[in-house]
Structure formats: C-alpha cells, structure tokens
Design a protein around this ligand. Structure first.
Ligand SMILES: *[C@@H]1O[C@H](CO)[C@@H](O)[C@H](O)[C@H]1NC(C)=O
Ligand SMILES: *[C@@H]1O[C@H](CO)[C@@H](O)[C@H](O)[C@H]1NC(C)=O
Ligand SMILES: *[C@@H]1O[C@H](CO)[C@@H](O)[C@H](O)[C@H]1NC(C)=O
Ligand SMILES: *[C@@H]1O[C@H](CO)[C@@H](O)[C@H](O)[C@H]1NC(C)=O
Ligand SMILES: *[C@@H]1O[C@H](CO)[C@@H](O)[C@H](O)[C@H]1NC(C)=O
Length: 354
C-alpha cells in the first residue's frame, strides 16, 4: 500500500473514505477484539474450557445456535437464548459430524422442533430440553440421534405435544434411550402405552395432572418389568378405574416413589396414600354390580315392552271388539244411571208424574 493514499483507492469504493492511519488504528482494535473472543476458537457469547470439553453459552437476545464450536467440545450448555424454532441441521449446517456427547438447551424459549434438527450429533447421549415451551415436535425431530441415552423434557408445557413426543420417539426408534423425564408438564394421561416400542429403564412422570393409569398402560408396565416409573405429585382419582394400576402398584417394585402417591379425589379419600388403601376402598364391586344390574333391568324392561306391543298388534281386532263392547256396556250403564237419576232426582216430580 502506497503512503498517503487513501484505502478507498484500492477498492474503488466511493461510499466510505477512511484515512490510512485511522484505518490502521481501527483494524488493530478489531483484531484485538477478535483475538479476545476467538483466541481458542470459542464462539461469541460463550466460554470454553478445553480441559473439560465444556462450552457454555449465555445470551438474552441471540436467536441462533453457535455453529463454530471448537472440535474438542463434548458438552454444550446454552441458556437464555430466544431460539423459538430448531430447524433441520441446526447444529451442523454444513453436514459435519460433531463430537458433542451432552447438549443442554434448558430455558431457550424453544417452541418448535423440526425434522432432523439434531442431525450431525452422532455421538450425542444426553439431551436436555427442559424449561422450554414446546408446541410442535416433528415426527422425525430426533432423527439421527442413534446413541441418545437420556432425554429430559421437564417443565416444557408439553400438554398435547406429548403425543408428538411419543410419536417422534417411536418414529425414529431410539433403541438406546433409557431415561425419559416428563416432569411438570400438566399431562392428564400417563403416556406409558404410547412408549411401548422403546426399552426405557426410567420414566419420570412426577408433578403432572395424571388422575388414573388406564388398562393399556398397566399391561405395558407388566410387559416392561425392568422399567422404573416415578409418579409422585399427581392428583390420583381413587375410584374403580384405578384398580388395575392399584393391583400392579401393591405387587411391584417398579415404582420407587410408590409411598408418595396419594388420592386427591373423591373428597373423602383426599390425602390418603394409595398404598394404604384396601382393595374394597376403590368401590369396584358395588359400581360394577350396580351398572350390571341396571343394564340387566333395562334389557328386561325393553323385552317386556316389545312383547306387550306385539300382543297389542296381534290382537288388534279382538281389542277393537273388546273396546266396543266396553263402550256399549258403559253406555248401557250410563243410560241406566241416567234413568235412575231422573227418577230419583226429584221425588216430587216423580210423584207429580205419577
Ligand atoms: C463446517 O463447519 C465447521 C465449523 O464451522 C468448519 O470448521 C468446517 O471447515 C466446515 N466444513 C465444510 C466442509 O465446510
Ligand atoms: C423472541 O423472538 C421473537 C420472534 O422474533 C420475538 O417476538 C420475542 O419478543 C423475542 N423474545 C424475547 C424475550 O426477546
Ligand atoms: C426432571 O425432573 C425430575 C423429577 O423432578 C428430576 O429428578 C430431574 O433431575 C429433572 N431433570 C432435570 C434435567 O432437571
Ligand atoms: C411442577 O410443575 C409446574 C409446571 O407444571 C412447575 O411450575 C413447578 O415448579 C413444578 N413443581 C416442582 C416441585 O417441580
Ligand atoms: C405378585 O407378584 C408375584 C411375582 O412377582 C406373583 O407370583 C403373584 O401372583 C402376584 N400377585 C398378584 C395378586 O398379582
């Protein structure tokens, strides 16, 4: 570069004109900044610890995931981002395989997870998506996570999206998934049968709104007898519907927090531990007997009604005749009464007439 010439001459750019010395100063500052942030190839907003392999990123406005992770990174922790949507290939947009083993995306306002969002994370074993607000999870969302061992979806306002989670897990058949945490999602049903295709060892369903565990879920529990299920802090409705689950619970060691399960409905059983109930307390014999007898009674009544209608129909002529006879008999009677009345009503008149 020639002395005294302005930088703009080299690029033919007429918009900006920076004198040489000021440019020099500016580049020095920029390079210093670059070196500070990129000294060890650490992405912006992140701190990197090569000795532990952990990259921790924190930002309150940033909307995109850092993709320029150092090669040695095995753990990525992100907090406070405003990600909203995890698109396909979010973590390795150019198709390279990453070394990440643990990925924690807790509390990043993630709402939508599109298909193959985690592609390239071939070594990922642990994925934490807790404290987000998931509304949509694509069927192939977890595609490519062949080694995934642990998935946490605590406090993610799953609600209806829980069906999408079980569909997604079933679609991509995560054979290695052992632990699934779904605590604090206001789930109203236990998605146990839905997860039948997996070989889970730990399923956490605590702090939800589960009132009962249905028949299919109970048979799934019997089937997966090496799976542990955590169910504390759910408002169980202790009626007959719960019987199958109750029998399983009292004769199984699969529920480590069994002693913490309580009834919250009906009112007179509120707060009673499920384990302390006696089988008769579930009101099963009575209710089933009652319903059965009601059904039986209605059938009998219906049959009687049908028979009665048939008799009426078959005898319609006889009935008509009979009705006519009655009518005539009535008329005769009425005439007799009328006559008598006329005779008895005014004896004086009768006397006069006589
Ligand atoms: C892919 O991205 C990584 C990190 O950004 C980079 O180091 C690598 O060179 C890129 N590979 C290709 C093929 O572009
Ligand atoms: C996150 O991003 C969305 C979409 O751009 C925006 O509407 C919202 O205000 C952002 N939230 C925060 C906390 O910055
Ligand atoms: C999810 O919730 C369960 C039950 O409260 C808890 O044991 C587990 O540590 C939580 N997971 C995370 C990552 O916070
Ligand atoms: C239970 O779940 C709700 C969300 O449904 C959450 O706000 C609350 O902190 C959770 N409680 C515990 C003890 O984890
Ligand atoms: C309880 O479990 C044992 C074996 O685990 C089984 O033999 C027994 O029949 C079960 N009892 C009931 C009432 O289901």
């Amino acid at each position: 570069m020639e002395r005294g010439k302005s930088w703009v001459d080299y690029y033919g750019n007429k918009a900006v004109r920076i004198p040489k010395q000021r440019y020099f100063c500016w580049t020095t500052v920029m390079c210093a900044l670059c070196l500070l942030t990129k000294a060890d190839g650490c992405p912006a907003h992140c701190t990197c610890r090569e000795s532990t392999g952990i990259v921790t990123c924190q930002s309150l406005r940033e909307r995109t995931v850092p993709t320029d992770l150092p090669q040695w990174a095995t753990t990525l922790v992100m907090r406070g981002y405003n990600i909203t949507t995890l698109l396909m290939d979010t973590f390795s947009p150019n198709g390279t395989e990453l070394e990440l083993v643990n990925l924690s995306l807790s509390g990043n306002n993630i709402q939508i997870i599109e298909a193959y969002a985690f592609l390239g994370l071939v070594r990922l074993e642990s994925l934490d998506l807790s404290h987000n607000r998931l509304v949509y999870i694509a069927a192939e969302a977890f595609g490519g996570l062949h080694k995934l061992h642990y998935l946490c979806l605590n406090d993610s306002s799953l609600g209806f999206a829980v069906v999408q989670v079980s569909d997604a897990l079933e679609t991509v058949r995560l054979r290695n998934l052992k632990t699934l945490e779904l605590s604090g999602n206001q789930l109203t049903t236990a998605p146990i049968a839905n997860l039948d295709a997996l070989n889970l060892e730990v399923l956490v369903l605590t702090n939800n709104s589960i009132q009962t565990v249905g028949k299919e879920d109970v048979s799934s529990l019997y089937k997966h007898d090496n799976m542990r299920v955590y169910l504390a802090s759910n408002p169980f409705k202790c009626d007959c519907e719960l019987e199958g689950f109750y029998i399983w619970l009292t004769n199984s060691s699969q529920c480590p927090d069994a002693s913490m399960l309580q009834c919250s409905d009906p009112h007179r059983k509120k707060g009673i531990p499920l384990e302390k109930l006696r089988r008769g307390d579930l009101d099963c014999t009575n209710t089933s007997l009652e319903t059965e007898s009601y059904v039986f009674l209605s059938i009998v009544l219906a049959l009687i009604g049908v028979v009665f209608l048939m008799v009426l129909y078959l005898n319609r002529k006889g009935i008509k005749r009979w009705l006519n006879n009655i009518r005539e008999a009535c008329r005769d009677q009425m005439e007799v009464y009328h006559y008598r009345y006329e005779q008895d009503s005014d004896p004086r008149l009768a006397n006069v007439a006589v």
